[in-house]
Design a protein around this ligand. Structure first.
Ligand code: GLV
Length: 312
């Protein structure tokens, strides 16, 4: 029995990933693409942006497991084998990183750090009046495991947290929840700092264009750690130029790596990070992936499985 590890993106970490998986599953032979050996041996594919088309090479494949939380990098492959479970990664360490990253930017904007940096450049000593955290509303788009965990940690710091998602949800504690297209403007118009953690699906693609972004109050902020294709980048640049949105911290982009000639790089109100908000942790993720493979071996369902209906 063998596992194939395949990525076009994590090359420098492949040894770490492969030894992490091998340690978590000593009973399996972990092979790194393109050193696949006999294709008949491969029963599981563990992938992050795998080379397109390769997954049809393995006749005995039982499941495809993502090395990251999102699976858009899997389902965008036009040549996927039919009928196999595609398993997302829900991992505590990854969620924790996303919480820390969000917190960093929420505090940067909430505590006027972005303004003090500008003031320092012109040696200006201006004390901005501080806003209490309970008077700042953070709006989170995407209330799955990660979005809910970010929301809870912000509530612990006394921020007001509201959320939006495509469909109704319960058990969100103190997070006031909005859903569906018709409640999007109501949600956005109350949001001082928007955090996007939505997955990229047919329904979420380009969901935030000029008209939606205009619902955000003047002087609001955006933190995008979901996927780039969800916010229209040209519309975002336009609305940043008008000054309606004060600043945006972007970790994900429609095209990655962000092309050198993209204006987001040099916009004074944009902070660019290279898709690092939630890096999967090889040792903890390998354990989670091993547990899922063992479930499939026992004839049980791994968790969570990508659903064609919801698109994530
Ligand atoms: C990162 O973007 C992930 O999907 O884990």
């Amino acid at each position: 029995m063998a596992i194939l590890l395949a990525s076009t993106d994590f090359w420098e970490d492949m040894e770490v990933w492969s030894s992490g998986l091998q340690e978590a599953m000593p009973e399996m032979d972990v092979r790194v693409y393109p050193d696949e050996g006999d294709v008949n041996d491969i029963e599981y594919a563990v992938v992050w942006k795998h080379p397109r088309g390769i997954l049809t090479r393995y006749p005995n494949l039982k499941a495809i497991l993502s090395l990251g939380a999102g699976v858009d990098h899997v389902i965008s492959d036009p040549e996927l084998p039919d009928g196999l479970p595609i398993v997302r990664l829900v991992d505590k360490k990854l969620t924790h990183e996303m919480i820390l990253h969000s917190l960093h930017w929420v505090l940067h904007f909430h505590s006027d750090q972005y303004l003090y940096r500008i003031q320092q450049q012109s040696r200006e000593w201006i004390q901005q009046s501080s806003v209490q955290s309970e008077d700042r509303t953070i709006g989170i788009m995407g209330l799955g495991n990660i979005g809910k965990a970010i929301g809870d940690s912000l509530i612990n710091l006394d921020f007001k947290v509201i959320g939006w998602g495509a469909s109704p949800k319960s058990s969100l504690g103190e997070i006031e929840y909005y859903y569906g297209q018709e409640q999007l403007s109501g949600f956005l118009s109350q949001t001082d700092i928007l955090i996007n953690v939505l997955p990229l699906t047919e329904n979420t693609k380009n969901i935030l264009t000029k008209s939606e972004l205009s619902y955000l109050p003047k002087g609001s902020f955006i933190i995008n750690i979901g996927r780039g294709g969800i916010i229209n980048e040209n519309d975002l640049l336009f609305i940043l130029d008008t000054g309606h949105i004060a600043a945006a911290a972007l970790d994900v982009f429609a095209e990655e790596p962000l092309p050198e000639n993209n204006s987001l790089w040099e916009h004074p109100s944009v902070y660019v990070t290279p898709h690092i908000a939630g890096q999967s942790n090889p040792s903890s993720a390998a354990k989670t992936i091993a547990e899922n493979i063992r479930l499939v071996e026992k004839g049980q369902d791994p968790y969570p499985i990508y659903s064609l209906n919801s698109g994530y």
